[in-house]
Write a protein that binds this ligand. Sequence first.
Ligand SMILES: O=C(O)CCC(=O)C(=O)O
Ligand SMILES: [Fe+2]
Length: 344
Amino acid sequence: MAGIKAFVDSCNGTLSSVPERYMMPNGAADVSRYAVLPIVDVASESFERDLVDACTKYGMFSDLQLKNHGIHTEDVMRCALEFFNSPSEDKMRYYTEEIFTPVRYCTSMMPSKEEKLEWHDHLQMWLKEESLGAHPWPAFPASYRDVGSEYARNIFKLGKRMLLVMSEGLGLRSNRLLEAFAEMVLLTRANFYPACPNPRQALGMEGHTDSGGLTFVLQDGVGGLQLKQGEDWYNVKPLEGMLVVNMGDQLEVLSNGRYKSILHRVMVNSKSSRLSVGAFLGPSLDAEISPIPELVSQESPAKYRSRTYRDYMPTKLSYFDNMRQLQATAKVLSITKVASEFSS
Ligand SMILES: O=C(O)CCC(=O)C(=O)O
Ligand SMILES: [Fe+2]
């Protein structure tokens, strides 16, 4: 299982149909609507105020875009692309299904356990702010260590700034979420989606919410990311250099459901491959994550039970196959369904 890119490449342009294993039961209909996401300027003096506005005006933002964030998006995307374009035997040195390995190259989510596969390969890394230098960065491209370290440092900095504001958005002391996150970890995932002969049959990534706390996504100009608002799916228009931000499950749990992690998925297309790089800032893997006590009362009882991010991740991943079954029967999915699994 060398991945979908290696398979598509090996067909030398002759692949005319989607292999059975990649045919998603519910397929993927075209969506013409676009999500209207607030754009917040990180370099502006009013950044904090604008973020609070976005939090409130858009119903506690679930998704927004950031500009002037100081992240060298081109370098990050170039490194990821060079990795995916490297020979398969080199990439396979990093191949594993184990989700907590510091560097994981894999395809779909958990291929040996999945009946159907997603149309993407990915390179995933777990990073800690204080040990970026000691991280076993991929050996190629050679610039990965420098570019990746700088990128991670900037994401940690930006994420902490946002979490201060988002604590206040919950009526809490500004450092309350940071305290709950304790020694935060950053999971980065570069995703490569090859062009697909029949985009209606396959999915780049199945509908999911992110398991972490705060997600930052860089995408190239191809498009394909969609999010679900209410009953409908909306395209997220790729805007050059912009970082798409959304909340993940750990923030939904900590905020006792006041912040929502949003359901999103990725479509593929027949004309072009697509690249994205996600950064998932999350709490310490071993901190107990439960609704912050100040947000729990008789009127607002705890909606989620306590568990560590480390325990949550594998359960969530094994939920993916269930999601497909649920979607196949046209049931509407939302994190509340996932969360109710975990509530008392
Ligand atoms: O490719 C994208 O735009 C989003 C990827 C994503 O949702 C993820 O990696 O969790
Ligand atoms: Fe995601």
